[in-house]
Design a binder for this molecule. Structure first.
Ligand code: NAD
Length: 258
């Protein structure tokens, strides 16, 4: 569905971003992994390249517009095009509003809302010229409902759905679709790490924390797999989904149906 397409992914040294890259590579796409973590992203790109895929690993701090633009330009000059942009980089911080540092709030919003805006701004001229583009913004169930303690994360994830709609309208006549993915609890080191901390505090095994804290919240009683997220990103990038644009696509095991 994405053979020979060039996909640019932010925050892709690990986690969902990397796994999406791996899946796209397996489907024959040319994958550009970018991340703030230079060593991590170079290693990740080397791993993909070992499977014979055409890949690039670029250091790119998405909060730095010049670095972001340079990485986009380097992708276009290396592969001759850029078909799919996945704004994936993200970071969490949990704290009550009155204790939330304004500096940290601004940083998180910059990573998860301003950076997708800047990336879209710089890929749009190229995508409009080629008459094709797929943009996927990583939102979350935190983009649809509130979670106490997550002021910055929730604001950014809600905001990126608004940005998705505007960009979808502005690219609609030039063959560009723009959608947001809203995953629930995904089985990633990030989520497992948070649960592991809770398990340590409670002095119980990790599986018990999942059963007592997460599963009661999720109608399907499970964590989503990263493959499910990657498969959906591939579908949204394919020709089959050309009519889907401006949408917040939810993969949450029924969480927000409640
Ligand atoms: P992760 O922490 O494993 O990976 C995030 C990556 O983003 C890291 O490699 C990190 O280095 C990179 N990053 C952070 N700041 C950056 C910056 N300024 N510039 C460039 N890269 C930067 O997280 P993950 O779980 O894989 O999450 C990926 C995305 O999916 C995030 O946007 C997250 O909000 C979203 N999401 C995750 C879940 C989940 O359950 N894990 C659920 C819903 C949405």
């Amino acid at each position: 569905m994405v053979e020979n397409k060039v996909v640019f992914i932010t925050g892709a040294a690990q986690g969902i971003g990397y796994e999406i890259g791996e899946k796209f590579a397996a489907e024959g796409a040319k994958v550009v992994l970018t991340d703030l973590n230079e060593e991590g992203v170079k290693k990740a790109a080397e791993t993909l390249a070992q499977n014979g895929q055409q890949t690039l690993g670029l250091k790119c701090d998405v909060t730095n517009e010049e670095e972001l633009k340079n990485a986009i330009d380097e992708t276009i000059s290396h592969f001759g095009r850029l078909d799919i942009l996945i704004n994936n980089a993200g970071m969490q911080h949990v704290s009550p509003i009155e204790e939330f540092s304004t500096q940290r709030y601004e940083l998180l919003v910059k990573i998860m809302l301003t950076a997708p805006f800047m990336a879209i701004k710089h890929v749009f001229p190229h995508m409009k010229k080629q008459g094709f583009g797929r943009i996927i913004n990583m939102s979350s169930i935190n983009g649809l409902i509130g979670f106490a303690g997550k002021a910055a994360y929730n604001s950014a994830k809600h905001g990126v759905i608004g940005l998705t709609k505007v960009a979808a309208l502005e690219g609609a006549e030039q063959g560009i679709t723009v959608n947001a993915l809203c995953p629930g609890y995904v089985d990633t080191p990030l989520v497992r790490g948070q649960m592991q901390d809770l398990a340590k505090t409670r002095n119980v095994p990790l599986e018990k924390v999942l059963e007592e804290v997460i599963y009661p919240l999720v109608p399907q009683k499970r964590l989503l797999s990263v493959e499910e997220i990657a498969d959906y990103a591939i579908f949204l990038s394919s020709d089959k989904a050309r009519g889907v644009t401006g949408q917040a696509v939810v993969l949450d095991g029924g969480y927000t149906a409640q």
